[in-house]
Design a protein around this ligand. Sequence first.
Ligand code: PMV
Length: 326
Amino acid sequence: MKAKARAHTNIALIKYWGKRNETLFLPMNSSLSITLDRFYTETSVSFDQEMTKDQFYLNGELATDQEQEKVSVFLSKIRRYTGVDSYARIESDNFVPTSAGFASSASGYAALTAAAVKATGIELSLKQLSMLARQGSGSATRSIYGGFVEWQKGQHEDGSDSFAVPILEQGEWDLRVLAVEVTTQAKKIFSREGMKRTVETSPFYSGWLETIERDLAALKQAIVMRNFTKLGETLEANALKMHATTLGATPPFMYWQSETFQVMEVIQELREDGIEAYFTIDAGPNVKVICEPRNESVIIDKLTQIDTVNHIYTCRVGPGITYLDR
Ligand code: PMV
């Protein structure tokens, strides 16, 4: 009853922002992401009849009570789904610099889902795995697959049609994502709290929802046509719109810092000089820049000149979950 799996992080080009059901992690809107090769989590799960509670080790150390509790609550969802009733030892190693603004929750819950289900010996489809991963962290839904991935929000209130669907395989469009780290300070408002406050109080939230399907259709068309300009314009506008909703919340909040603006401005300047690059930002101050391989080095050179940039991590399109033999 033991298995080990690896899952990669992803970056949303059309953001998931807002839940309609907080228990089942059902989103208000569909989203679309690229899985990244550079950052991942490896997790092993071993169920043991003798154990009297779950034990979670993170990066080689026994996790805090709060982390233990979260993982245990999630594992109980998998136990209920698969009918397995024993506790487990979970060992998780994160190869994600959380400082760069990549939450390890996407790769973390995707790897945990894959390893735990495999350890039960029960065969589930990738679609079923994505629905389970969703109930640990929304963005984990998409990390089951590699390449370009859509998370369809679904209609049903039981969550049975809210899962990820692969749009393009890993090797089908070679793009680069530059994760630009401007600060290593922990974020003040986690995505869970940020989206809840926005949904409940921001008058701009309805504008976000009204335009999502249009953005999603434009992005999917850009992917089919391999139209980078269209892809970039759509993803950047979508990220700006998500952040605009936070400014309308009560109380208002924003994830950007002055260093964030500096990077955004440089990307705009590069475009004025004819070099195509587009940015997206999640629930934190760091920026991710999307570009084509041919422009990667000139963009890195320019970003390196900003003195508040700590580090730039270059990512390529990555794979879906894989199982690791012991
Ligand atoms: O599922 P979470 O809690 O990692 O929330 C993700 C929220 C964003 O990163 C801002 C958008 C997204 O779709 O990943």
